[in-house]
Design a binder for this molecule. Structure first.
Ligand code: F6P
Length: 355
């Protein structure tokens, strides 16, 4: 099952899980459709070896995904025609037992893993595989999908640099990442951005403006600012674009780049533009590194199950594949340490964090 927001490399994991299970262990594999929604609606189909051929480099997920369904808080209509929220996880467990499913491989981020841990508590055998472009899953040093998102963002910023330069503008680029600044930090460093704003280091707009103004005074005719969607001013709040009621995390962030560009234009009188990279960061073919990581994660998931290990998340720690208990991952977020070596390296090359 693939749950949560899609990301490059999901198909590579599905392929690795299915091929290892079938060819090495003669198992039968079923694919649950559209994440927990499909499980609740009892939608799944057999996955044959040939179903997963030629999908290694394909973006998205052949199983479909969903990030608005929480089995412990599922909307149903009561007799009075009113929507009420019900825990439907017991009926999911019953369905899987009826279908004689021995184990679940759940590919997802923190919302998906929180529900996975709850299913494990109810007696299901579960192994999690860490997915998300945000790279914010606790327990692993890296999630698959992150490298592709950073590559896409860095390439986009390279393109924005030429137009910013031609027009002598300040270009403010918003990237995804939720409450963590991993994508902004990595894409910002990789593209040589002048300012990087991340949630972990609240910024002062005056500092950002001063930095941009000084660049302009020194004859640097343009500046590039990369801002994480979760970045916020010191003492301020994150910019929320909408709330999605039944989602495990109902908050959707977005809009900070526009706010920063307007403030810069107003305070410095330099011309500024904003651009939101959005879903292109989640799309497209995975990078070779993400294909390798996804294949290793998928293979490890089956090897763990075969060796009797259950209810754990496959992780990459210090460049070694291992696993951590799902119960430890649930409800936690891995953010950028303020004193990380990459933050220090960025500061050393005069990148401004607005603090
Ligand atoms: O978790 C992946 C992610 O793309 C985040 O970076 C972003 O905040 C969120 O999902 C967007 O969610 P949705 O697909 O519901 O708009």
């Amino acid at each position: 099952m693939t749950g949560g927001g899609d990301c490059p490399g999901l198909n590579a994991v599905i392929r690795a899980v299915t091929k290892t299970a079938i060819s090495k262990y003669s198992m039968k594999v079923w694919g649950i459709e559209d994440g927990y929604l499909g499980l609740i609606e009892k939608r799944m189909h057999p996955l044959r070896y040939e179903d997963v051929s030629n999908i290694l480099g394909a973006g998205g997920t052949i199983l479909g995904s969903n990030n608005t369904t929480n089995p412990s808080k599922y909307p149903v209509m009561n007799k009075a025609g009113k929507v009420v929220y019900k825990d439907v996880s017991d009926s999911c467990v019953k369905f899987l037992k009826q279908k004689k499913i021995d184990a679940l491989v759940i590919i997802g981020g923190d919302g998906t893993m929180t529900s996975a841990a709850a299913f494990a508590k109810k007696g299901l055998t579960v192994v999690g595989v860490p997915k998300t472009i945000d790279n914010d899953l606790w327990g692993t040093d890296v999630t698959f999908g992150f490298d592709t998102a950073v590559t896409t963002a860095a390439e986009a910023i390279d393109k924005l640099r030429t137009t910013a330069s031609s027009h002598h503008r300040v270009m403010v680029v918003e990237v995804m990442g939720r409450y963590a600044g991993w994508i902004a930090l990595h894409a910002g460093v990789a593209s040589g951005s002048d300012v990087i704003l991340i949630p972990e280091i609240p910024y002062k707009i005056e500092k950002v403006c001063e930095f941009v103004r000084q660049r302009s005074n020194k004859g640097r005719s343009y500046s590039i600012i990369v801002v994480a969607e979760g970045a916020k001013e010191l003492g301020g709040k994150m910019v929320v674009s909408k709330t999605v009621a039944c989602s495990p995390d109902p908050i959707r962030l977005g809009g900070i780049a526009n706010k920063v560009a307007e403030q810069i234009e107003q305070i410095t009188k330099l011309e500024a533009r904003s651009v939101v990279l959005g879903y292109i960061q989640r799309g497209g073919t995975p990078t070779p590194w993400d294909r390798i990581l996804a294949t290793s994660f998928g293979n490890t998931a089956i090897e763990l199950l075969v060796s009797g290990v259950k209810n754990r998340l496959v992780v990459l720690k210090n460049n070694k594949l291992s696993s951590v208990p799902l119960s430890q991952v649930a409800g936690r977020t891995r953010t950028v340490p303020k004193d990380s070596s990459l933050v220090k390296a960025a500061r050393a090359v005069n990148t401004c964090f607005g603090d």
